[in-house]
Write a protein that binds this ligand. Structure first.
Ligand SMILES: C[S@@+](CC[C@H](N)C(=O)[O-])C[C@H]1O[C@@H](n2cnc3c(N)ncnc32)[C@H](O)[C@@H]1O
Length: 228
């Protein structure tokens, strides 16, 4: 498989979640017509789902290669802010993981990217996330979905916790800090993107930087943390 199955609705979510999937023209339209028309109209109807699907697949494949050494067969994985879940599909295919997702179940009216101190911004839909996972080969018994705003979060130990461009990138780490303490074992790994990797040296005994995004506005680094 060199591609994901994505319909227009899922391709719409993918471009909202990963702005690198937007072409130059869509970025121009966002500047010209503003965030509302961009969110509800251009980013949904002015895209080519097949093209988005291929590009999203390649993006997720790159992310997978970067982190696959932290995973092993049948790990229990938690994904915080997974988006539509392409990375988690690739992980499941290789490692037969059990994956738990915590996400938000709405799309903000006028999406605003950047730091969101109140954690109000969201761009997902749990029904579409489930459709994506099932259509791309994860069986129903291998995943569970949790709505951050409604459900109790899973109270079990995880081997690997992943949060790409979500935790401490859009909203404060402290929102999940106590929860993470409960669900991490000393050997569990937590992988996420942040602009302040040094801060985590005071929280975890082990912090490793595995990627730097110096060309983006946020200049973030991806870190792997172990041992609270
Ligand atoms: C920039 S997207 C990144 C999606 C995906 N991780 C990726 O790399 O393609 C950020 C995601 O975090 C989700 N999100 C926002 N607040 C959240 C929260 N408190 N808990 C879990 N997910 C959240 C958003 O709905 C969105 O899907």
């Amino acid at each position: 498989m060199q591609n994901f199955k994505l319909n227009r609705e899922l391709a719409h979510l993918a471009v909202l979640q990963r702005t690198e999937l937007l072409g130059k023209n869509l970025k121009k339209l966002r500047k010209l017509f503003g965030r509302y028309l961009f969110t509800v109209l251009f980013s949904k109807y002015f895209i080519n789902p097949n093209k988005i699907s291929k590009n999203y697949y390649h993006l997720m494949e790159k992310e997978f290669f970067l982190i696959k050494k932290y995973l092993k067969k049948e790990d229990r994985v938690l994904s915080i802010g997974s988006g539509i879940g392409g990375l988690e599909v690739l992980i499941n295919k290789t490692f037969d993981t059990n994956t738990f997702f915590i996400e938000k179940n709405y799309i903000s009216k006028k999406i605003k990217y950047g730091w969101d101190s109140k954690n109000q911004e969201a761009y997902n839909n749990l029904n579409l996330l489930a459709d994506f996972l099932l259509n791309n080969g994860i069986s129903q018994k291998k995943f569970s979905l949790f709505d951050f705003d409604k459900n109790d979060l899973p109270d079990i130990k995880f081997d690997v916790i992943i949060s790409l461009y979500s935790l401490d990138y859009h909203y404060e780490f402290s929102l999940y800090e106590d929860y993470l303490k409960k669900i991490m074992k000393p050997e569990s790994v937590l992988i996420f993107d942040t602009i302040r990797p040094e801060y985590f040296n005071s929280i975890f005994k082990n912090v490793e930087i595995i990627k730097q995004d110096l060309n983006t506005v946020h200049k973030s680094k991806r870190i792997v943390c172990r041992n609270f």
